[in-house]
Design a protein around this ligand. Structure first.
Ligand code: SAH
Length: 464
């Protein structure tokens, strides 16, 4: 049968795609339906027909999935940040586990049998709400010219006012209210993306969950906030406020942060503590520009698994690529002879060095630069060596020059921590074609209600 736009179809949703969209089939022809969940029977309207599949819009749920639940957030459909909030949490975990497994099979070429033996059960969260320690709120105006903040409606730049995101901390609301009141009183204009005029673009809020310290950073299209003392006066009353800064971003871009920050009150950084499994804590200073995992409770578990996978005994030399502020590096330094970290953001490396000193760790050193340039460069020039290499790249995965050098260095073990199982699968395929075998893999849910999931993997050199 041939389908056309506006046709109405009734479907049983049998699967969910990597962006959380429901997938149902009629005689082998697949329909992708946003907001439809596995187990739903739905009526949908065909929007766009492609070869062999079509996109359809959810019109009515004929009978709901047994895993459908009432989402906590009234905006979850518009926002698009929580793609699967309507799915109960245990079903979310199954979905994520399957997503990782499918990618490892389809993209990585790993057999079902191997995955059955290497994949450990996903580590879920006990409390999958209010887990995020960081949020970046866009500031703009509504139809009536009033200043608003909230979130962008899915794939648009229209701001839906909501400062009470169910994933975020309760302090967000008060901080944003203070900020907007200050803007109104001091006549500070929000940035306008179309004209490139106006001042305030985003407000970044971050909290150290173990220390209670809070950071507020205003991203502005200029060098100064007018009457900034009035803003500081109001914000410092928030319990835990430790750092207030501005970030300068005068580019016409949708990249949120610019390259320069200036502290206007308090400390340049906030600190947080991440515990090792034996209870020992490592303290980290975090700058506005540095990467720091958004879910500190699950992060402890993730790093604990990465440390297990590294199998350290105290004699090893470890390279930690994409090291950020040195989180994994310093965990590993506690159990290794020497750790070297590599990271592209200079400020993060300054934080990493300070973090080492602060924790009395003297067997970790750090390099600024791209992993795919620093590692090959040092290998060619100095013939550097590693027993264990850990990588924790951004979503796009590792650059091929980086993977090539890793294989030339022939470490016994590679620990791969990934936030995108598709690029992970691609990179594992390369590593397994070049001397390594996949020994363990475990997904950890750091991002409840979204389609994202972290995975830690352990690879062993075949002839070692
Ligand atoms: N391991 C750290 C950071 C992981 S996030 C942690 O768990 O906290 C990935 C990091 O890679 C970010 O800090 C980012 O700035 C950095 N990065 C991105 N591209 C890079 C590249 N080509 N080379 C080195 N680091 C890079």
């Amino acid at each position: 049968m041939k389908y056309e736009k506006d046709d109405s179809v009734t479907l049983v949703i049998e699967d969910m795609g990597s962006d959380g969209e429901g997938i149902g089939k009629i005689d082998g022809f697949a329909f992708f339906v946003k907001d439809a969940l596995i187990g739903d029977k739905v009526e949908a309207k065909v929007m766009k027909v492609k070869k062999g599949y079509a996109y359809a819009r959810l019109m009515r749920i004929v009978s709901p999935s047994p895993n459908r639940t009432e989402p906590e957030c009234p905006y979850h459909k518009q926002c698009g940040g929580c793609q699967i909030q309507a799915l109960d949490y245990s079903a979310q975990l199954l979905y994520k586990e399957k997503k990782v497994r499918n990618n490892l099979m389809r993209i990585g070429g790993f057999s079902e049998k191997l995955l059955d033996s290497v994949m450990e059960p996903i580590v879920g969260m006990e409390h999958p709400y209010h887990y995020r320690n960081k949020a970046q709120f866009p500031i703009g105006t509504d139809k009536n010219g009033e200043i608003v903040t909230g979130f962008y409606a899915g794939r648009t730049h229209t701001i839906i006012p909501n400062t009470d995101c169910v994933l975020g901390i309760s302090e967000n609301r008060d901080i944003l209210e203070i900020f907007i009141n200050y803007m109104k009183r001091c006549n500070v204009k929000p940035y306008d993306e179309t004209t490139g005029t106006g001042l305030v673009r985003h407000v970044l809020i971050r909290k150290g969950f173990t220390t209670g310290e809070i950071m507020v950073c205003a991203v502005i299209n200029g060098e100064h906030l007018p009457q900034e003392d009035r803003l500081v006066e109001a914000l410092r009353k928030i319990e835990g406020m430790a750092s207030i800064s501005i970030n300068i971003n005068t580019e016409k871009t949708n990249v949120i942060m610019g390259g320069r920050c200036r502290t206007i009150w308090g400390s340049d950084t906030i600190s947080d503590v991440i515990h090792m499994r034996d209870g020992e804590g490592i303290t980290f200073a975090i700058s506005p520009l540095s990467f720091y995992q958004v879910n500190p409770i699950q992060t402890e578990r993730l790093y604990g698994i990465a440390l297990d996978y590294a199998g350290l005994t105290g004699t090893e030399t470890v390279w930690d690529l994409y090291c950020g502020i040195g989180t994994i590096s310093l965990f590993m330094a506690k159990r290794a002879k020497q750790v070297y970290g590599v990271e592209i953001v200079e400020q993060a490396i300054l934080d990493a060095r300070r973090n080492a000193v602060r924790n009395g760790i003297d067997n970790a050193s750090f390099y600024v630069g791209k992993a795919e340039e620093v590692l090959p460069g040092l290998y060619e020039k100095e013939g550097i060596y590693a027993d264990v290499i850990c990588v924790d790249p951004p979503r796009k995965g590792c650059d091929s020059a980086c993977l090539e050098t890793i294989c030339k260095m022939m470490p016994d073990r590679i620990v791969y921590v990934s936030c995108d199982s598709a690029t992970l699968a691609r990179d594992l395929k390369y590593l397994c074609a070049n001397g390594y075998e996949l020994r363990c893999a475990r997904a950890v849910d750091l991002f409840g209600h979204t389609v994202h999931v972290e995975v830690a993997c352990c690879l062993q050199r075949k002839d070692s």
